[in-house]
Design a protein around this ligand. Structure first.
Ligand code: HSE
Length: 312
């Protein structure tokens, strides 16, 4: 007999990791969403509550089960497995909304992992990815896994469309720093504003950078990471929507960051940095952001930051 309720936690994440638009993502530590799913006899899904970790209501997110990433993802799993009855969902939002930290993905992943625990025969985590993507697609307007895959599997994940996501082996000498300026960017709108065309020259250069970056991660080759962690195509189109971006990036690079770019569609900004410089780089990024008149929060995580966990 399976239990009647389950709770799962799923971490925030860095979409694109600068160099791999839509196909590379990285989990972070210290921020995430927690979703409790309770079995009910009636068919269908109810989103009962959406609160902050301190218990405040989150009025900006819809409790309409057809418009919430957690319920859409859980419904996709539940229906695919022809599970009986329905679910009541309570969401604790620890990831700031429209932050570029994979907020919608974290809810979708946590709901999927919790609902999976209520199935007679739970699926593997890897098999949950497609259901989590259903939720993410509603929020962002695109079927990309670069937030849901690291949030589910942890670490640095390569997730090309149509191919199983792969978590990369990483070396323990590098950390990520994520700075979240108190701004909001709507991912669907940001994606809609991107150009659909690239030149052959851009395509060759960017795919070379991605291949070099993944190779550098495998080798633990910091100079090659430094040369390759660059976004020549998407970042220039989005940088203007985050007023502090140029200053924060310059401060990170001046302080020794391996690379720095927008996290997902922004406004968050991430840098990769050798562990011993991580606190320093985080401090200069925060200072640069505040010097632009924008307050911010920051997180430092290992590249091997864990993915989603079932909590009970
Ligand atoms: N790859 C997505 C984008 C991530 O950049 O639009 C959104 O968080």
């Amino acid at each position: 007999m399976t239990s009647d309720s389950a709770t799962a936690f799923a971490p925030a994440s860095i979409g694109n990791v600068g160099v791999g638009f839509d196909v590379l993502g990285l989990a972070i530590s210290g921020a995430g969403d927690r979703v409790t799913v309770q079995r009910r006899e009636a068919v269908g899904i109810e989103v009962r509550s959406i609160c902050t970790p301190t218990g405040d209501d989150v009025p900006d997110l819809s409790k309409d089960a057809g418009k919430n990433t957690a319920s859409i993802a859980a419904a996709s799993l539940w229906q695919s497995q022809k599970a009986p009855g329905g679910l009541i969902i309570d969401i604790e939002k620890g990831v700031p909304l429209q932050s570029g930290m994979g907020s919608s993905a974290a809810s979708a992943v946590a709901a999927t992992v919790a609902a999976n625990a209520l199935l007679e025969e739970p699926l593997s985590f890897a098999a949950l990815l497609d259901h989590a993507i259903e939720g993410e697609a509603f929020a962002s307007g695109g079927r990309h896994a670069d937030n849901v895959a690291p949030s589910l599997l942890g670490g640095l994940v390569v997730c090309p469309p149509g191919i199983d996501a792969v978590r990369l082996e990483t070396h323990s000498t590098v950390s990520s720093v994520l700075v979240h300026p108190e701004l909001r960017v709507n991912t669907a709108e940001s994606r809609a504003g991107l150009s659909d065309t690239v030149t052959r020259e851009q395509w060759i250069r960017q795919q070379g950078l991605l291949a070099a970056f993944v190779t550098a991660v495998f080798m633990g080759n910091i100079p090659l990471m430094r040369h390759s962690l660059k976004d020549l195509i998407i970042e220039p189109q989005r940088a203007g929507s985050v007023p502090c971006f140029a200053a924060v990036k310059q401060a990170a690079l001046d302080s020794g960051a391996i690379g720095c770019s927008l996290s997902g569609s922004g406004p968050s900004i991430f840098a990769l940095i050798e562990n011993e410089r991580a606190e320093t780089v985080a401090s200069v990024m925060v200072e640069a952001c505040r010097a632009e008149g924008i307050d911010c929060q920051r997180w430092i995580s290992p590249l091997s930051s864990p993915g989603a966990v079932l909590e009970d």
